[in-house]
Design a binder for this molecule. Structure first.
Ligand SMILES: Cc1ncc(COP(=O)(O)O)c(C=O)c1O
Length: 234
């Protein structure tokens, strides 16, 4: 009977992982400690980023990424129509407004032509579906790399430069993966982002059971996210 079902996830857990968990339990350090620091250091090196902040989920990483770039109530954030609830949900934590952008048929990732149209319409004061008349402007774009496919981040970065926005990437499905930048060079997913957020939930390519990570080149944003994920304690 079991064979008729496709597992939601089937993690690859070997002796190395089991021994690591046992060592952790024996060490008495059950909360964020040296192992987390080591994971942050190794993950940021592997992904090629200066700063990594480990969290309990990608949801937390996206939430604190938006906090770090200063999202305020009444502001707008562009998110794709096709994603997990988190991508839009975190915007609502601020009483800000997620604006839905179509996805492309070929890769299910945000359609940047539609995003460009929405941004121009908002700037021109034209009506846009889901955008209230009274809003406080656009703060960020969150493309999602759906099902392991890297979104068109070259266009997303261009849009952010043009309109003065932050680029937060939802990389929950995508680690590792590469894309070609504007010069045709291969780059690791997340490199275009101001802050790139990863998930280590049980069905992801790397898992810690539950977990997430924010990667950034900004010391200031990394420090802010680190403090905010520990209840404001420095
Ligand atoms: C696209 C996307 N973003 C974010 C998340 C949230 O990840 P987490 O469970 O680590 O909070 C998920 C979860 O599956 C997801 O699919």
């Amino acid at each position: 009977m079991e064979d008729n079902f496709i597992s939601f996830f089937r993690p690859s857990i070997g002796d190395e992982e089991i021994n690591e968990v046992v060592d952790c339990l024996k060490s008495g350090w059950l909360t964020t400690a040296a192992r987390t620091k080591k994971f942050e250091a190794e993950f940021s090196k592997y992904m090629g980023f200066s700063h990594a902040v480990a969290m309990n989920s990608c949801t937390a990483a996206l939430h604190l990424a938006l906090e770090a770039v200063g999202l305020k109530a009444g502001e707008l954030v562009l998110v794709p129509t096709l994603t997990f609830a988190t991508t839009a949900e975190v915007v609502r934590y601020f009483n800000a407004i997620p604006v839905l952008v179509d996805v492309r048929e070929d890769d299910f990732c945000m359609n940047m032509e539609h995003a460009a149209q929405i941004l121009s319409d908002i700037e021109a004061g034209k009506p846009v579906k889901g955008v209230p008349k009274r809003h406080k402007g656009v703060r960020a774009i969150i493309p999602v790399h759906y099902g392991g496919q890297v979104a068109d981040v070259v266009s997303a970065r261009r849009l952010c430069e043009k309109h003065g926005l932050f680029l937060i990437e939802d990389c929950a499905h995508c680690c590792p993966a590469y894309y070609q930048d504007g010069q045709g060079q291969w780059q690791m997913v997340g490199r275009s982002a101001d802050i790139a957020c990863f998930s280590f939930y049980a069905n992801k390519t790397i898992t810690t059971g539950e977990g997430g990570m924010a990667l950034t080149e900004s010391q200031e944003w990394a420090d802010r996210m680190r403090v905010m994920c520990l209840h404001g304690i420095s």
